[in-house]
Design a protein around this ligand. Structure first.
Ligand code: FAD
Length: 364
């Protein structure tokens, strides 16, 4: 990296949908990439979290993936992307073309480890292959997503299980789990996707969910329900509370594939087990299910460890963020956080946050 000792006005952390969208609008508002603002991304490649997702995941198999702002100028759209290819490869390729086209000068691999207050400025500590570096800046836009912060709930006996426990973020392919007794935990689209994928290769499949699955009548995600779920996430972010799962607020659309899975009895979740034993899981009524693998499709939390020194966290468990701005420190912006945690939300965040950043710079 060539940012050692660099002063810049804005550091954007993360080059996923949110970070790229903010960068696009910052540039459009007249800031020069690599000079007025610097985008740091852990990488190793382009694509944000998508580059790490499993082979079989295709675009549109969960939800719509919105195009980045200005992507039409490249003649690209996720709507017309090749759905026979792995989503991770398509997104990595489109983001790479986008970064080049708009010359966003993303620095990677560059991992932000800590941010310190230095009077009116902020000192961003960064690790890259050349070692530790520091970048001094006026404003930080945090767009670090959630992929680096997998969430696994605690259940008694979790540490005594003799099989494998893997989280969505570790999942590679159905072949890897072929012939195994698999317990899938979670009530979202990832859990459903895993069940559909593993159906023909696992020795047995058991699905458990903490809350009953709410199947919608619609064959696509109900926009009304999504609006309500986004509003819930916004309310939590504004109150500095831990963020609720968007899926628990939206329900699951009955696509043709999902309806067929319900009809053949695959997509019927049991209630949560009460304990994990060395060779399986046990429910409160004494029922036991043997397991070689517990697959935790239990979601993610915002990745915020590198912000700890700024002491933004509230007693309520979250960070107070309203309209993308930290309530405790107005120099810190959050893109893709809470209500913005979808590709469409990340796009909107880009525009609003870039405007606020430029306004904040003009006040300094
Ligand atoms: P990310 O894509 O996670 O990007 C964050 C970037 O920040 C990464 O490149 C990361 O390396 C970098 N980073 C993190 N920490 C640091 C650090 N300390 N220093 C430097 N860089 C750092 N949404 C949809 O709209 N449609 C879908 O179909 C959809 N499918 C999904 C499927 C799965 C399995 C999951 C888990 C999520 C899905 N989502 C979907 C949500 C989706 O991930 C988001 O909408 C969007 O891609 C997130 O973009 P982001 O920029 O906020 O985060």
């Amino acid at each position: 990296m060539t940012t050692s000792g660099t002063d810049t006005s804005v550091v954007v952390i993360g080059a996923g949908q949110a970070g790229l969208s903010v960068s696009f609008y910052l540039k459009r508002l007249g800031l020069e990439p690599g000079n007025d603002f610097v985008v740091l991304d852990r990488g190793p490649g382009t694509g944000g979290a998508w580059q790490h997702r499993w082979d079989a995941l295709r675009l549109g198999s969960a939800h719509r993936v919105a195009d980045l702002p200005g992507m039409d100028a490249l003649g690209l759209s996720f709507e017309t992307a090749d759905r026979t290819l792995a989503a991770r490869d398509v997104v990595a390729d489109y983001y790479a073309q986008y970064e080049t086209f708009y010359d966003l000068k993303v620095v990677r691999p560059a991992s932000v480890t800590d941010i310190q207050n230095a009077g009116a400025d902020l000192v961003v500590n960064v690790w890259d292959p050349e070692g530790d570096q520091q970048v001094t800046t006026s404003i930080v836009v945090n767009a670090t997503g959630t992929w680096g912060s997998p969430f696994v709930p605690w259940y008694p006996g979790r540490n005594d299980f003799l099989g494998r426990q893997i989280h969505t973020s570790d999942y590679v392919s159905a072949e890897e789990l072929a012939g195994k007794n698999v317990v899938v935990v979670g009530g979202g689209t990832s859990a459903i996707g895993f069940l559909l994928e593993l159906e023909s290769s696992a020795a047995s499949l058991t699905w458990v969910s903490r809350s009953p699955i709410v199947y919608l009548d619609d064959t696509e995600l109900n926009i009304e329900a999504a609006v309500a779920a986004v509003a819930m996430a916004d309310e939590a972010a504004r109150a500095g509370k831990a963020l609720p799962s968007i899926v628990s607020g939206t329900g699951v659309a009955r696509t043709r594939r999902i309806q067929a899975g319900i009809d053949r009895g695959l997509l019927v979740a049991k209630p949560m087990f009460s304990a994990i034993e060395p060779t399986g899981v046990r429910w409160a009524d004494g029922t036991f299910q043997e397991a070689d693998v517990i697959l935790w499709a239990t979601g993610f939390r915002p990745e915020l460890r590198h912000l700890a020194s700024l002491k933004l966290r509230e007693k309520a468990g979250g960070i107070t963020v309203a309209g993308g701005t930290s309530w405790r420190d107005p120099r810190i912006f959050f893109a893709g956080y809470g209500p913005q945690a979808s590709t469409i939300g990340a796009n909107r965040a880009g525009r609003t946050i870039a405007r606020q950043v430029v306004a904040a710079l003009s006040r300094r």
